[in-house]
Write a protein that binds this ligand. Structure first.
Ligand code: PLP
Length: 348
């Protein structure tokens, strides 16, 4: 695809997804944790990048699991024909469980009731034991067994004949902002493993999201769950330069005019020209997801690689930018990069 043309000439706004950048970022995960399996997190339609292409690329690069939020996402992912194991990252609703059992998607278990329901459903299906992972709450407060309660409950979970306790996981709440608390979570996870019979009790032990795997030693874990960093965004400083943003968001210039001094631009006339100003109108606005409160003049888009400042407020489907400083005014149809692989223009 020509990088500066929309895939369909009637599209004014489009996203470009760079799968080679995605695979580069997966390579960063692997270089940091070479002996560790990868669960690539593709929830929320692969962070908005589109599950089918993203999941296919990650699967061909040999990740072990693909992580999603719920059964609806799991179903969409399964329809891509992936042969990778599908993991549900949060607690399941009872109504989702028959489908999960049928497809043998992997759930993380947060309560004895959830485990018993899966056990019954899998017994009724006369399947071999269903692989599940135990979720441990080491401080996120969102799901899982309390770390302190798990040793007491573990024998009852182990006694469920139609479940296979294949893995155990926890989630870091503050790996991008609080090292002290993160180390406490890692220590509590390791202590929980010890109290359940040692790391080898579970085939998979996992704890780290992107921030965790970028900045922390991961103890006895052998599976990491990166999301954000696969898409090229580092949640912590010091790593962004090693990652490549996967998404570019572009939009076409629809009109270029020179306005006289004293001419207001956009709703509320928050910007008024003080000199003759060449203004490009671009076919993107808050209806396309651009924040409505982007600050005038401080926000820039790239045209021909040059930053061009936003003038006035974002409207529903159009913005105006100053192109007076460009040596030749860009003709209508030129692509402007709203988000791209350039410092200051990445999708943070
Ligand atoms: C979303 C999520 C991840 C990925 O987190 P990032 O910060 O995007 O890397 C990992 N594990 C769980 C349980 C999640 O919900």
């Amino acid at each position: 695809m020509n990088a500066d043309q929309p895939p369909d000439p009637t599209h004014r706004t489009w996203a470009e997804i760079d799968l080679s950048a995605l695979l580069h970022n997966l390579g960063v995960v692997r270089s940091l944790h070479p002996d560790t399996a990868v669960m690539a997190v593709v929830k929320a339609d692969a962070y908005g990048h589109g599950v089918p292409h993203v999941a296919t690329a990650l699967a061909s690069a040999g990740v072990e699991f693909l992580g999603v939020a719920n059964a609806t996402e799991a179903r969409r992912l399964a329809r891509t024909g992936t042969d990778k194991r599908i993991y549900l990252l949060g607690p399941t609703a009872p109504g989702e469980r028959p489908e999960i059992v049928h497809h043998r998607w992997v759930s993380c278990i947060s309560s004895l009731e959830e485990a018993e329901h899966f056990d019954q459903l899998n017994a009724a299906a006369a399947n071999p034991p269903l692989p599940v992972h135990l979720a441990v709450d080491t401080g996120m407060g969102r799901g899982g067994f309390l770390a302190s309660s798990l040793p007491g409950i573990h024998p009852r979970l182990q006694a469920l004949p139609h479940l296979h306790l294949e893995g155990i996981g926890s989630h870091l709440s503050s790996a991008d902002e609080n090292p002290g608390f993160t180390h406490q979570q890692i220590d509590l996870f390791n202590a929980t493993l010890e109290s359940l019979g040692g790391a080898e009790t579970f085939t998979y032990r996992h704890l780290a999201n992107s921030a965790g795997l970028l900045d922390y030693p991961l103890g006895h874990t052998n599976l990491v769950r990166p999301g954000l960093m696969l898409y090229g965004i580092s949640p912590v400083p010091g790593h962004q330069q090693n990652l490549r943003p996967v998404l570019s968001l572009k939009a076409s210039i629809t009109l270029v005019r020179t306005l006289p001094p004293g001419h207001g631009i956009s709703y509320g006339r928050t910007f008024v020209t003080d000199r003759p100003t060449t203004v490009a109108t671009i076919g993107i606005g808050y209806g396309d997801g651009l924040p409505r409160n982007l600050p005038s003049q401080k926000t820039t888009v790239l045209i021909g690689g040059q930053p061009c400042p936003l003038l006035g407020r974002v409207t529903m489907d159009q913005i105006m930018v100053d192109v007076s400083h460009l040596t030749t005014p860009p003709p209508p149809g030129t692509a402007a990069t709203i988000i791209g692989n350039t410092p200051g223009h990445t999708a943070t």
